[in-house]
Design a binder for this molecule. Structure first.
Ligand SMILES: Cc1ncc(COP(=O)(O)O)c(C=O)c1O
Length: 384
């Protein structure tokens, strides 16, 4: 099977993990902190906290920006489920918004129009809907390795007292106007899950220039322990800190970030060159002044001219050709536990989800495997 996104672990990665395991500090400790400093320095952000998953990072980020039970947390419908789960852990409600069609990111103008139309500032300066729900935060997701324009959003919603959390789990190393993720958000979250650009076998990080917010997250991530010696806990906390043994893997991989992105770029170029003339296939686009990470190389399948839908193609590739592909995320308003949550209409997200198909994008994909994937896609097209 040509896998969708298999991790690549080098002998140097293994050496770094073993060297931590041979010491006594295998839990959260100096290597976790070193990992935090390395990522913070790259993203030019002042403070970071390494945690056990991207989902944990989002949970802590929402708590640290002050999201409360009953709040609304605004986010794109077309995303991995983690931001909606994170809001729900707090007793807040996710409210879903559509994507723009060009780069598949949150449709910022539509969200701003909704805020203007539906919300007013209360006496404390909080934006609230007519029903009285407070807007606790906006989570912007950098989908499929492409940065959203967080700056344009943050500039408009900051005067409304709404914090912006950037979920850059899929976009570590991407740039927009020369800046990496996190340049304009109140807190930025990363994931180091096994299928991500950089992996710690499972892990995440939250980063911010706001020391107070990262301190809050640190305390909550460590069971809200109020005293270094005595077991006194001054809030309901979590056990979320990233063990050093895992941080060692993340840190070793992170040292190769530029090389990883360059290899992914070459993979994307090869896919484009090999598939450009297949009828009914089109590629996702990269915005002007942006660079992307090609986390998962994604095409769109026009069923009428390709001859079958993206879903059908996924089945054919797996059954006949042993090639693993996946649709873009199912819009959260459309199915599953959040279906029926109030969403503004999301026709673009629905369409992108129906046509999108992510192709095998492992760092270690060989030229032969990539050719096999492209040949399989050609062979299923009309006349193929
Ligand atoms: C956009 C996005 N946000 C959050 C997460 C959650 O990260 P984790 O799996 O590390 O909890 C993921 C993926 O896994 C993701 O793709």
């Amino acid at each position: 099977m040509v896998r969708l996104a298999a991790p690549e672990i080098t002998s140097e990665d293994r050496k770094q993990v073993v060297s931590v395991l041979e010491g006594s500090q295998i839990a959260y400790g100096p290597t976790s902190e070193k990992f935090e400093r390395a990522v913070a320095s790259r993203l030019e952000l002042g403070h970071a906290l390494a945690v056990i998953s991207g989902t944990a990072a989002l949970h802590l980020a929402l708590l640290a920006v002050g999201v409360k039970p009953g709040d609304l947390v605004l986010m794109p419908s077309l995303t991995f489920v983690a931001p909606a789960h994170a809001a729900s852990y707090i007793g807040a409600a996710p409210r879903f918004f559509d994507s723009e069609p060009n780069y598949m990111q949150l449709d910022v103008p539509r969200l701003l129009a909704w805020l203007e139309h539906e919300c007013e500032l209360d006496a404390e300066g909080n934006a609230r809907t007519a029903k009285g729900e407070r807007i606790g935060a906006i989570v912007v997701v950098d989908l499929l390795g492409h940065l959203s324009d967080v700056g344009a959003l943050a500039e408009r919603v900051r005067p409304m007292g709404i914090p912006v959390v950037e979920d850059a789990a899929q976009a570590l190393g991407a740039t927009l106007r020369g800046e990496e993720a996190g340049a304009h958000a109140d807190i930025t979250c990363l994931s180091f899950n096994a299928n991500k650009i950089v992996t710690s076998a499972g892990g995440g990080m939250l980063l911010s220039n706001d020391r107070g917010r990262i301190k809050t997250a640190q305390r909550l991530a460590n069971q809200a322990k109020a005293d270094p010696r005595y077991y006194v806990h001054d809030a309901v906390g979590f056990n979320y800190r990233l063990p050093s043994a895992q941080a060692a893997l993340g840190l070793a991989q992170f040292g190769r970030l530029d090389e990883i992105i360059e290899r992914k770029r070459r993979m994307a170029c090869s896919y484009r060159a090999a598939l450009v003339d297949v009828p009914g296939l089109s590629f996702t686009r990269c915005a002007p002044q942006a660079t992307e990470t090609n986390w998962l190389f994604t095409v769109h399948v026009d069923a009428a001219s390709y001859g079958c839908s993206a879903r059908r193609l996924m089945d054919l590739l797996e059954d006949r050709h042993r090639v693993e592909t996946r649709p873009i995320f199912t819009p959260l308003h459309a199915a599953g536990v959040y279906a029926g949550e109030q969403a503004v209409e999301c026709p673009v997200a629905d369409r992108l989800a129906a046509t999108g198909l992510s192709l095998p994008s492992s760092l270690g994909i060989s030229d032969e495997e990539l050719d096999r994937v492209c040949e399989a896609i050609r062979s299923e097209a009309p006349g193929g």
